[in-house]
Design a protein around this ligand. Structure first.
Ligand SMILES: [Ca+2]
Length: 330
């Protein structure tokens, strides 16, 4: 479904471009990759570029090599990487110099009258399921409704990024050629911005450490994703999510899916796009995060285990309180 929807949004710019290929040792290779560049328009309203190649994208060869070294069967991995849905996402490999970002407005849309109404509708739609979950996990239905409102507007905005491609591309961030390109770009940007050599060198040191950390994190998530695929209950080649690779109504990462996602309707598959599995999984996650009904500190702590931002936790908590109040007044 999501796969089909994504392709409806694709605006194919059908021309071949030449992209300098690079290898793990940092040497830029002279051979060229023929890729088709597409622009993907997301439901959330932003565009991003993907590059498609026939078969396995040569840039992913090092990722495949690493997976094989870690015990994956080469033919199995190659088949997944040569799938036509697997693409290269250039922005996932890019690390720019840091800018001061004001995050205070990020979640102001969450605790609103409109959100409260949407949550009350959601609670009414899934009344018996939410009551059962509340009993089983001790997690309030208002919190589940508020969290799902914040994450995906109750499953209506779940993301248009091909999850496997997100992690495969992001893994490349830690390779020498990517670090070199990102450092060079940062130097140019910062020089133009009048920064001192010390400021530039400090930022490049940050880029190096960030790239290694983030690239390794992405590789681990890719490994989890392949394990989900291998388990045979979910075809991850058809999985779309956020730019960070989070998917489903509840925006789980592959690692959190394997650890905490729950088969709510007992059909043997955990589908985070189904209301029952998504709601059970959120409740299980918050319950394991120390959620205690009626205890604001523990509720916020559990929400922060989901997303470490205080603004995130405070906004969802405030919305859940508003929903409780609005429901009592109905
Ligand atoms: Ca299920």
């Amino acid at each position: 479904m999501i796969f089909l929807r994504m392709f409806a949004y694709l605006l194919p710019i059908l021309f071949f471009c030449s992209i300098a290929c690079a290898q793990e040792d940092g040497r830029n290779l002279s051979n060229q990759i023929a890729a088709v560049i597409d622009t993907v328009h997301t439901t959330a309203g932003s565009d991003f570029v993907v590059e498609r190649t026939e078969g396995v994208d040569p840039r992913y060869e090092t990722v495949i090599k690493r997976l094989v070294k870690d015990g994956w069967d080469e033919a199995y991995v190659r088949e997944i990487f040569s799938d036509s849905r697997t693409v290269y996402i250039p922005k996932m490999v890019t690390v720019k110099p840091r800018k001061k970002v004001d995050q205070s407005n990020w979640y102001t849309w969450v605790n609103t009258e409109e959100s409260s109404k949407a949550c009350i509708d959601f609670i009414k739609r899934h009344d018996s399921l939410l009551n059962a979950v509340e009993k089983q996990y001790g997690v309030d239905k208002e919190t589940i409704a508020a969290l799902l409102r914040c994450e995906t507007k109750h499953g209506t905005v779940t993301g248009d990024y091909h999850v496997l491609s997100v992690y495969a591309s992001m893994t490349l961030m830690s390779e020498a050629w990517a670090i070199s390109d990102n450092s060079k770009n940062a130097r140019e940007i910062m020089k133009e911005g009048g920064k001192t050599n010390k400021q530039i060198n400090d930022e490049i040191a940050w880029i190096k450490s960030r790239s290694k950390k983030r690239g390794n994190w992405a590789y681990k998530e890719l490994d989890h994703l392949l394990k989900i695929h291998k388990a045979g209950k979910w075809d991850v080649r058809d999985l779309y999510g956020s730019w960070a690779g989070a998917f489903g109504w509840a925006q789980f990462l592959p690692s959190s899916y394997r650890r905490l996602a729950t088969d709510g309707n007992g059909d043997g598959k955990i589908d985070l796009y189904s209301p029952s599995d998504a709601i059970h999984s959120v409740a299980n996650y918050l319950s394991k995060g120390g959620y205690r009904s009626g205890n604001a500190t523990k509720i916020k702590k559990a929400l922060k285990s989901y997303n470490p931002s205080s603004a995130y936790a405070n906004s969802i908590y405030a919305l859940s309180v508003r929903v409780q109040k609005d429901m009592a007044e109905q």
